[in-house]
Design a protein around this ligand. Structure first.
Ligand code: ATP
Length: 490
């Protein structure tokens, strides 16, 4: 190093001559790792290539071509007989491979750099590792290993960059295990169409009721037994369809006598339409307060009987599961002019939501305005649904902190003044214990369907049989019967 002014400083790195065999060994090791990784990630493609090469070598070109044509015919027959399993084995792995190569791998470095998810340390660039891409009919799922010390929240904050970077409409972030994230990029919207009907099983179910569809095309089951559900949405967002879908799904259990739905309808424009479907019904503020207090009394009577004998509730004819359905709860908790009624309603709701779960009482409440001064007990509802909301801040008010960053864009659910069904009934659900909200759509229960349920209740129409064929909205609506097994697993 020179100490003379105006002279360039020159560093001379020490050159260590590496023997050729060490360099070759390192290269061979890297090649081996790359081959093993490729086989691990693309087993179908690699075994296909391996088998083809082996058969050309062992049997000759003509016999191999014959075998290849026979295999293609077998796959075509398989696809015709069992399209779902064939797609799972061949089509979706092939699509996943293509999207891995063409979309994710090709754009990975650029998107990571622009989104600020890579790091450059002393001139060396470190990128999160793109590990696996899997596809189904609706979405791409990309598994990524984070950089050591990286936080998944940072990814959640960049979900917009990721969606635009990989050409998707949105990106949802989940954390399957520490150090990993799972990115979901929808390719087709399973919820774009109105769901007019769901398969009718006739099974009396109270724990989780089938009321719609998830964004991945699987059936959506809403848990009721052992929880309370808050449904928040702006006017016209489809709160009514959620309430009626729940009422409809509980019908078999109500008929068996193991469930009851109690309706509180302060607006008198929603639940009154199917009044006969409710075991108990209240409309005026005084009646509503009385009905809530009756639910508290039932709950306490059960708690007295269960104390020291059992710790949970099983729906029976003697102790049916009770769903207390409150439409426009804010009217009762904030807007009703009589202070005393408001206090009675709040006290009853707080008691039910804190103590009702284990004795078989569930509160399902709908409201338009999720602010705390309107419903101070919103945190007592373990499961919450955000339908279309007016403002971005309301999303976290309903679903909890960070929900919007994790992809619950309830304020961006589309709306079309000419067609009220656009985006109606679509919402994000956050269930207790799961930080990532899921996007779902409830079936649309028309006035005609409610009348039909009422007529069945009155004995004018017969009840549908268990093997009633579901009427689907269109050929494009996912076949829920095929997916039901997977939905159960999910
Ligand atoms: N699940 C759904 N699928 C498709 N369209 C729906 C669905 N639910 C509701 N709609 C459409 O949206 C309109 C408004 O629905 P609904 O009255 O249930 O909304 P809401 O949130 O209860 O409104 P409000 O708070 O004003 O009562 C309905 O008339 C219907 O056209």
């Amino acid at each position: 190093m020179s100490t003379t002014p105006d002279t360039n400083i020159v560093f001379r790195p020490v050159v260590v001559r590496t023997p050729a065999w060490i360099t070759l060994t390192v290269w061979l090791w890297r090649l081996l790792v790359a081959v093993v990784k490729t086989v691990w990630r693309h087993p179908v493609a690699c075994s296909g290539l391996g088998l083809s090469a082996g058969s050309v070598y062992a049997l000759g070109v003509h016999t191999s071509a014959l075998l290849f044509i026979t295999a293609v015919c077998a796959v075509v027959v398989w696809a015709a007989i069992e399209p779902v399993s064939c797609s799972r084995r061949f089509k979706w792995p092939a699509v996943a491979w293509w999207r891995w190569m063409w979309v994710y791998r090709r754009r990975w470095r650029g998107v990571m750099a622009v989104a600020g998810l890579g790091r450059s340390i002393r001139g060396r660039v470190y990128l999160p590792e793109l590990v696996k891409v899997s596809c189904d009919r609706w979405a791409d799922r990309v598994r990524v290993r984070l950089l050591k010390g990286q936080d998944a929240e940072e990814w959640a904050a960049r979900s917009g960059n990721l969606a635009h970077g990989f050409g998707a409409v949105s990106c949802r972030i989940e954390v399957p295990k520490p150090g990993w994230v799972l990115l979901t990029f929808p390719r087709r919207d399973a919820l774009a169409q109105v769901i007019n009907d769901l398969p009718y099983t006739g099974r009396p179910v109270v724990d989780a009721v089938h009321i719609g569809l998830r964004e991945d095309g699987l059936p959506f089951y809403l848990k009721l037994h052992g929880t309370h559900v808050l449904i928040a949405g702006a006017t016209g967002s489809g709160k009514g369809s959620w309430e009626w879908a729940i009422v409809g799904a509980l019908r078999p259990a109500v008929r068996e006598g193991i469930a009851q739905v109690w309706g509180l309808d302060p607006k008198r424009m929603e639940l009154s339409y199917g009044r006969a479907l409710f075991s108990r019904y209240a409309a005026t503020p005084v009646e509503c307060a009385e009905l809530l207090e009756a639910a508290v009394a039932t709950m306490q009577e059960r708690a007295d009987r269960y104390a020291g004998v059992r710790r949970d509730h099983e729906a029976t004819m003697d102790d049916p599961f009770i769903v207390v359905m409150v439409d426009e709860i804010a009217f009762l908790t904030a807007y009703v002019p009589d202070k005393q009624i408001r206090a009675r309603v709040m006290a009853a709701l707080a008691t039910l939501t804190t103590q009702g779960r284990s004795v078989g009482v569930c509160v399902v409440a709908a409201l338009q305005d999720p602010r705390k001064d309107v419903l101070s007990i919103r945190n007592l509802f373990p499961d919450r649904v955000a339908l279309r909301l007016d403002e971005a801040e309301q999303v976290d008010m309903v679903l909890g902190d960070g929900a919007r960053d994790r992809g619950a864009l309830a304020d961006q659910i589309p709306r079309d003044p000419r067609d009220p069904s656009v985006g109606a009934g679509v919402g994000y659900v956050r269930v207790e214990g799961a930080p990532t909200p899921i996007r779902v759509r409830a079936m649309y229960v028309r006035d005609f369907d409610i009348r039909r349920m009422v007529l069945r209740e009155a004995g004018v129409l017969s009840h549908p049989s268990r093997d009633d064929t579901p009427r689907l909205a269109s050929d494009d609506t996912p076949d829920l019967r095929t997916d039901r097994r997977e939905g159960d697993r999910a």
